[in-house]
Write a protein that binds this ligand. Structure first.
Ligand code: NAP
Ligand code: GLV
Length: 335
C-alpha cells in the first residue's frame, strides 16, 4: 500500500518513527511558520497536516485541500486558528491535545500571578541596574497573595487546576463559566460560582481560562460597539487588582488594557498571550512597568511538550488510517 503524505509545520519535540511506518513526512524546518501560500500549496497533495496554533487553517485553505486530505492534527488544546465549520463541511476531523498541558499552564499562571503581585521582574531589573542601595521599608511593596480573593474566568481543565493550587494559599475563590460545575467539585476545590461582573468587583486577582471564540473576543475591554469605548470590565475591577491572561490574547482588547494599566484602573497585569503575537516591539504596552509579558510559554515544560507532540501524532495516525481521532474537536464528522 502506498504511504500517506504528511506535512508537519515545524520541527517536532519527539521521535517520528511510528508515523514514518505509514507516512512520508515533510517537516518545515525553519524557525518561522510556513507562509500561508506554502500551506495552501501543500494541502493540495497531502493526506494529513500536523500544525501549530501559529498556522492559519481557514476556510480557503480547507476548501483548497485535495481529495486525499483526511486529517488536521494540531499540537495545542486551543484551536481558534482553525475554521471548524469549514472542516465539518469537508468532513475532515480536527485533533487537538487537551489535558496533558493543563498542569504546566496552571503552573505558569501561578508564576505570573506571583511575579506580578510581588514585582519580581521589575525588582530583578532594579537589582541588575545598580539601583539596589540598601534594604528599604517601602521597596517594591505588593499585595498579599495568601488570603486574597481569586476570580477565575472559564472553569474548565486549566481554570480548575488553577483553583486547586489556590487552596495552598488560603484564597477565597470565585469562578464564572458558561455553566456551573457540580457541587461536589465546587466543594472539593472550595470555589463559589458567581456572575462575571460580581467576580470582577470582588477579585484581587482575575485569571482568564476561556477559549477564544466570538463570545470571548474582547471580553475584557468590550470595544466591539463604537459607542461603548468605556473599558467597562476594567472599571468594574478593583484599582488594586491584577489581571492574568494565559488563555488567548484577543480575549483582552490591548488598547483597553493599556488604558486600564496606564490610568491606574487596575494595578497590574501579566500576560502570556497577546494580540497580535508576537507583541509588536513598538506596542505602548511594553513601556509599562506594571505589565509582565511572556512569549506564549504556558505549556512549555519539556515533559508536557513531548506529551503534546505524541498526542498530536496519535491523532494524525488515527486520521490517516480512517479511524476516529482519540481527541477530536469536531466529532460531527463521524455522524
Ligand atoms: P476547557 O477545559 O475547554 O476550559 C474552557 C472553559 O471555559 C470551559 O469550562 C468553557 O465552558 C468555558 N467558557 C467557554 N466560553 C466561555 C464564556 N464565554 N464565558 C465563560 N466561560 C466560558 O479548556 P482548557 O484546556 O482549560 O484551555 C483553555 C484555553 O487556554 C484554551 O482554549 C487555550 O486557548 C488556552 N491555553 C493557553 C496555553 C498557553 O500556552 N498560554 C496553554 C494551554 C491552553 P464550556 O465547557 O461549557 O464551553
Ligand atoms: C496553547 O496555547 C494551547 O492552546 O495549547
Amino acid at each position: 500500500m502506498p504511504k500517506s503524505k504528511v506535512f508537519i509545520t515545524r520541527h517536532f519535540p519527539t521521535k517520528l518513527e511510528q508515523l514514518q511506518k505509514i507516512a512520508t513526512i515533510e517537516v518545515w524546518e525553519e524557525r518561522q511558520p510556513p507562509p500561508y501560500t506554502v500551506l495552501l500549496k501543500k494541502v493540495k497533495s497531502i493526506d494529513g497536516l500536523l500544525c501549530l496554533l501559529t498556522d492559519q487553517i481557514d476556510q480557503q485553505l480547507i476548501e483548497a485541500a485535495g481529495t486525499s486530505f483526511k486529517v488536521i492534527s494540531q499540537m495545542a488544546v486551543g484551536y481558534d486558528n482553525i475554521d471548524i465549520p469549514a472542516a465539518i463541511a469537508r468532513k475532515i476531523p480536527v485533533g487537538h491535545t487537551p489535558g496533558v498541558l493543563t498542569d504546566a499552564t496552571a503552573d505558569l499562571t501561578w508564576a505570573l500571578l506571583m511575579a506580578a503581585a510581588r514585582h519580581v521582574v521589575e525588582a530583578d531589573r532594579f537589582a541588575r541596574g545598580g539601583q539596589w542601595k540598601t534594604w528599604e521599608p517601602n521597596l517594591f511593596l505588593g499585595p498579599n497573595i495568601t488570603g486574597a480573593t481569586l476570580g477565575i474566568v472559564g472553569f474548565g481543565r486549566i481554570g480548575q487546576a488553577v483553583a486547586r493550587r489556590a487552596k495552598g494559599f488560603d484564597m477565597k475563590v470565585f469562578y464564572t463559566s458558561k455553566q456551573r460545575s457540580d457541587q461536589e467539585l465546587e466543594k472539593d476545590l472550595g470555589v463559589e460560582f458567581t456572575a462575571f461582573e460580581h467576580l470582577l468587583q470582588e477579585a484581587d486577582f482575575v485569571t482568564i481560562h476561556t477559549p477564544l471564540s466570538d463570545e470571548t473576543y474582547h471580553l475584557f475591554g468590550d470595544l466591539r460597539s463604537a459607542q461603548q469605548r468605556s473599558y467597562r470590565q476594567f472599571k468594574l475591577m478593583k484599582q488594586s487588582a491584577i489581571l492574568i491572561n494565559t488563555a488567548r490574547g484577543a480575549i483582552v482588547d490591548p488598547e483597553a488594557l493599556y488604558q486600564a494599566l496606564a490610568n491606574g484602573e487596575i494595578a497590574g497585569a501579566a500576560i502570556d498571550v497577546t494580540d497580535p503575537e508576537p507583541i509588536p516591539t513598538d506596542s505602548p504596552l511594553l513601556d509599562l512597568d506594571n505589565l509582565i509579558v511572556t512569549p506564549h510559554i504556558g505549556s512549555a515544560s519539556r515533559q508536557t511538550r513531548e506529551k503534546m507532540a505524541n498526542m498530536a501524532i496519535a491523532n494524525l495516525i488515527a486520521g490517516l488510517k480512517g479511524e476516529q481521532l482519540p481527541n477530536c474537536v469536531n466529532p460531527e464528522v463521524y455522524l
